[in-house]
Design a protein around this ligand. Structure first.
Ligand code: NAD
Ligand code: UGA
Length: 455
């Protein structure tokens, strides 16, 4: 039996540890956090995050071998293996502001581990970190005078929100990196043994520490770049009557390109893509590689352009003014099946429309609470409405910003009847039946396809 601890009970720490606890009933898994509210939510029926299948997994092992607690120090002392899954946001101050990772929570955790340890420990980097962070971590941990052994293993997480449980239960791969020393390799093997409870051995990849740390940033950069690539072509389609979905289908059939992650959209959101690319850009600059930095930065710039372009399209097609017009935004989460609104394009579109003095109404099945808190002072100028039919009533325009299935299943005839005419619909996710909407009477503006306009 091992005592496994995870520091950080967020979108990664909670689901990851719940799955480990479920798959490894002989181990004791504790998840700690400094946020008492978050821990209380994990202990309740109302989990702090919405994730399909999560509740079932948590309920299957909570209080059996899965525990949530705020007693960080005590559980550090008891643990054999400590996963660190605290947040690593973009630095907002000092050197590297706006690009580099802010490692203050990370370093605090390292020092706290050192302070409270009386036995050797394996410390696992679960958070996404700049390459070579493990070196700093080792230096902090080995600054102890007690002769304690700490082994650092890098184990980045590749789950996507909305499919976290599926991704954890059936991952494409698990990545583990460690030092090529006898104790480093023993630590690595301890982690392999945990994952081997349910992950086929050939999907557990082991590398050196730096490859593992860097692979995580590179995976996110490649994924985000793919979305920026298809979005850049969507702009060209709108000028040339190409159809981005037809193009995605045509190029995706090339087995070297593949069909996934080719959905043109209002842009990518989420807490990680932008942060991780900017971190990569910062690292390249730091290591004297400005051309490489510039290359990757374009993926973020293209994403900003795509969101700005979406707002400009709304403005220009609605006769260059939305001032005083009700605009209903369908979807606030950064993608479907999550309540997470971090870096959601919906929030950027909302803020841009507020600047144009539009009356913005936001609807979402799970994310309105997070939206309200993320918008801060701007929230006072927004109407939040859970029912999409009520949100649309009296609106001049609708914009689809999250690909919730529910939005493709609404009765758009009823919605059209309740709106101000001419009625506009901007499908930022290309999930609606555009021809049908046009027949109903809407002026339809998809992404990367010719608009359908009534004259
Ligand atoms: P999160 O903000 O949801 O959770 C982090 C938690 O850590 C918070 O609850 C915070 O209170 C807690 N915390 C911070 N400092 C602490 C301390 N000293 N002691 C105890 N708890 C502390 O973040 P997240 O989305 O779970 O992301 C965590 C890491 O995983 C990040 O590095 C992120 O890049 C990476 N990641 C995230 C995802 C994702 O889908 N969200 C996927 C893969 C990797
Ligand atoms: C992403 C990665 O997919 C995960 O592997 C990674 O672990 C995670 O980041 C992380 O490090 O945090 P996530 O951000 O949860 O996961 O969700 P994605 O499915 O990647 O979607 C990201 C954004 O891209 C969403 O806004 C989504 O709507 C958008 N997207 C995705 C598109 O616009 N088009 C697509 O074809 C795919």
């Amino acid at each position: 039996m091992a005592n496994i601890l995870c520091i950080g009970a967020g979108y990664v720490g909670g689901p990851t540890m719940a799955v480990i606890a479920q798959k490894c009933p002989e181990h004791r898994v504790v998840v700690v956090d400094i946020s008492a509210a978050r821990i209380a939510a994990w202990q309740s029926d109302q989990l702090p995050i919405y994730e399909p299948g999560l509740k079932e997994v948590v309920l299957s092992c909570r209080d059996r071998n899965l525990f949530f607690s705020t007693e960080v120090d005590r559980h550090i002392a008891e643990a054999d293996i400590i996963f660190v899954s605290v947040n690593t946001p973009t630095k907002s101050f000092g050197q590297g502001a706006g690009k580099a990772a802010d490692l203050q929570y990370w370093e605090k955790t390292a020092r706290q581990i050192l302070q409270n340890s009386r036995t050797p420990k394996i410390v696992v980097e679960k958070s996404t970190l700049p390459v070579r962070t493990a070196e700093a971590l080792e230096r902090i941990l080995h600054s102890n005078s007690r002769g304690l052994q700490f082994d650092v293993v890098s184990n980045p997480e590749f789950l996507a929100e909305g499919t976290a449980i599926r991704d954890l239960e059936d991952p494409d791969r698990v990545l583990l990196g460690a030092r090529d020393t006898p104790s480093g390799q023993r630590a690595l093997q301890a982690l392999v043994d945990i994952y081997a409870h349910w992950v086929p051995r050939d999907r557990i990849i082991t590398t050196n520490l730096w490859s593992s740390e860097l692979s995580k940033l590179v995976a996110n950069a490649f994924l985000a770049q793919r979305i920026s690539s298809i979005n850049s072509i969507s702009a060209l389609c709108e000028k040339t009557e190409g159809d981005i979905q037809e193009i995605a289908r045509a190029i995706g059939r090339d087995s070297r390109i593949g069909p996934r992650f080719l959905n043109a959209s209002v842009g990518f959101g989420g807490s990680c893509f932008k942060k991780d690319i900017l971190n990569l850009v910062y690292l390249c600059e730091h290591y004297g590689l400005p051309e490489v930095a510039h290359y990757w930065e374009q993926a973020v710039k293209m994403n900003e352009y795509q969101q700005a372009r979406f707002v400009s399209n709304i403005l220009f097609s609605m006769f260059n003014t939305v001032a005083g017009k009700r605009v209903a935004l369908f979807g606030a989460a950064f993608k479907a099946n999550t309540s997470d609104t971090r870096e959601s394009p919906a929030l950027n579109v909302c803020r841009a429309l507020l600047e144009e003095n539009a009356e913005v109404v936001m609807t979402d099945p799970h994310a309105l609470e997070n939206t309200r808190s993320d918008l801060g002072a701007d929230a006072r100028r927004v109407v939040f409405e859970a029912d999409p039919y009520i949100a649309a009533a009296g609106a001049h325009a609708l914009a689809i910003l999250t690909e919730w299935t529910l939005y493709s299943e609404l009765d758009y005839e009823i919605i059209y009847e309740s709106m101000v005419k001419p009625g506009f619909i901007f499908d930022g996710r290309n999930i609606l039946d555009h021809r049908r909407l046009f027949q109903i009477g809407f002026n339809v503006y998809p992404i990367g396809k010719p608009p359908l306009i009534h004259f």
